[in-house]
Design a protein around this ligand. Structure first.
Ligand SMILES: C[S@@+](CC[C@H](N)C(=O)[O-])C[C@H]1O[C@@H](n2cnc3c(N)ncnc32)[C@H](O)[C@@H]1O
Length: 260
């Protein structure tokens, strides 16, 4: 279990809500992979999006499931206000709710969808256990999260400056497999896919991680202001990796498909 502060995560994402969609390309790409992996889409009657964020993927989910009522929860109220305003749809209902204490009855859903959320849960086993609890018997869970090795170039650039954790500590595939088993899922497949994108420079990457609400929240992180000199050293270290398309950013995405 990790001990980062859930209220801090909620506050950070609420503040990020207005800018989130403009920087969430990786999340949309991976969210699209998850949508394609949903089975029997025409027959799904009820679905839950856990950690729906801005609602951009929730809307795509609803558009794919012709007869489904789609409920969506997030702990960040600011995200939900944005979702209701920008990504509303007659099939969707948005609620404030915690993935570790999902505010729905047992066996309420044919499908649980969760894109790039689990990495923010202090207790991923508890979240996965609750996702299983709200699934019908035979119901499907499709879930993604960035795994170990994601943002490795940024972590390595910071490591040239100091030893503090400046990048989120992401789960390994084995840790996810253990968590899924501990949550009681008998049938689960985990796939790791690497997504390599480019950014114009390191400062743009750090700004977009902040706009994603996704900057480091771990205890032990450096909390003071970074001096311009330190930042410049990180920028210079990252620059050494420049390619014709820009600075590379690696995401090691873990994709989970499981059935209750
Ligand atoms: C990176 S965003 C992903 C949003 C959306 N799923 C997407 O694909 O664009 C992560 C979201 O998870 C939410 N979140 C973090 N911890 C949560 C928790 N314990 N319960 C519910 N939502 C949570 C955050 O508030 C944020 O909106």
């Amino acid at each position: 279990m990790t001990s980062f502060d859930k209220q801090a995560v909620a506050g950070s994402f609420s503040r990020a809500a207005a800018d989130y969609d403009s920087v969430a390309d990786v999340q949309r790409t991976v969210g699209g992979w998850l949508l394609k992996s949903i089975q029997h889409q025409q027959e799904i009657r009820n679905a839950l999006d856990v950690g729906c964020g801005s609602g951009a993927m929730t809307l795509q989910l609803a558009q794919r499931l012709p007869i489904a009522e789609v409920d969506a929860i997030d702990i960040a109220e600011g995200m939900l206000e944005y979702a209701v305003e920008v990504h509303d749809h007659p099939q969707i209902s948005y609620y404030v709710g915690d993935a570790e204490e999902i505010p729905f009855e047992e066996k309420a859903f044919d499908l649980v969808y969760s894109n790039f959320m689990l990495q923010w849960c202090p207790d991923p086993v508890r979240a996965l256990t609750d996702m299983r609890r709200v699934l019908h018997r035979g119901g499907q869970l499709v879930l993604s999260l960035p795994g170990e090795g994601s943002l490795r170039e940024l972590a390595e650039a910071w490591a040239t400056v100091d030893a503090a954790p400046h990048v989120h500590r992401f789960m390994s595939e084995d840790e996810l497999a253990d968590a899924v088993a501990a949550a009681g899922f008998a049938h689960a497949d985990i796939l790791q896919r690497t997504l390599r994108v480019h950014v114009p420079d390191a400062v743009t990457l750090m700004r977009s991680l902040k706009a994603l609400g996704a900057h480091n929240q771990h205890p032990g992180r450096a909390t003071g202001l970074t001096s311009p000199r330190t930042l410049q050293r990180v920028v210079d270290a990252y620059e050494a990796r420049r390619e014709p398309a820009g600075l590379p950013v690696t995401w090691k995405v873990l994709i989970l498909e499981a059935r209750r």
